[in-house]
Ligand binder design. Structure first.
Ligand code: GDP
Length: 229
């Protein structure tokens, strides 16, 4: 009998190819009415201000200034969507940069804009596949992060914790922060069990995050595992 080919897909390579594709800003929206309809499946990136979100988006896409680093807090908050792979069939995926929350003016609470704009997006956006929730790998989860997780649980959105700034934490700190993240996940049903530790500065974990996103697209049937593009 003929053997079925069932080698596991190389998600790392798929992710590398996916993120090597053309990438451009396709929309920016300060409220839901400004958002276009479905263009491609969306992966949103959320986290406290200064967590390293812009740097990670730039590292993922191999751009220096796709997402502006350290956008001035207090400016009009908006969601920014970047399409990857703009070909005749449409984009492969959109990366949505959400406003940072928990800025110094109200460090313990999510800002009103974040809860308004972002909450509406999380609740209503059918294109949204997963939220990557960025947490500072030097300090671990803060109250604003756990509040966000509760909000994501309530919105029934699938999300995954991505730790940042791995280069600044020593081995002991990394273990402690990872354990804290795992403990949080155990108490939050919509959280994905895998935690990815990244550094935009050293590049550590960036390939793993690309692979995770490629795996998600394949598992949800929006991209084929043998897609060579
Ligand atoms: P955002 O506000 O979440 O978009 O954060 P930024 O990307 O603007 O980064 C905030 C600060 O953290 C900046 O000073 C970055 O240089 C720094 N930063 C971002 N990523 C890393 C990283 O991987 N390692 C280190 N050491 N610093 C980082």
């Amino acid at each position: 009998m003929e053997k079925l080919a069932c080698a596991a897909p190389d998600y790392f390579e798929l992710g590398r190819k996916l993120f090597a594709r053309e990438c451009a800003l396709v929309w920016a929206a300060a409220d839901l009415a400004q958002m276009p309809g479905f263009l491609a499946p969306e992966i949103a990136f959320a986290g406290r201000s200064n967590v390293g979100k812009s740097s990670l988006l730039n590292a993922l896409t191999g751009r220096k200034a796709l997402a502006r680093t350290s956008r001035t807090p207090g400016r009009t908050q908006a969601l920014y969507s970047y399409a990857l792979g703009n070909h005749p069939g449409g984009a492969d995926i959109c990366l949505v940069d959400m406003p940072g929350y928990g800025y110094a003016a109200a460090p313990k609470e999510l800002s009103a804009t974040w809860t308004g704009l972002s909450q509406n997006y999380l609740r209503d956006r059918a294109a949204l596949l997963r939220v990557m929730l960025l947490i500072d790998g030097r300090h671990g989860p803060k109250s604003a992060d756990t509040e966000t997780m509760t909000l994501l649980d309530r919105a029934a959105v699938s999300y995954q914790i991505v730790l940042t700034k791995k280069d600044e934490a020593n081995a002991l700190e990394r273990d402690t922060i990872l354990a804290a993240a795992q403990e949080l996940i155990a108490n939050h049903p919509a959280a994905h069990p895998r935690v990815i530790f990244t550094s935009s500065r050293s590049g550590e974990g960036v390939g793993d995050l690309r692979a995770e996103i490629a795996r998600l697209l394949v598992e949800r049937g929006t991209r084929r595992a043998d897609d060579q593009r």
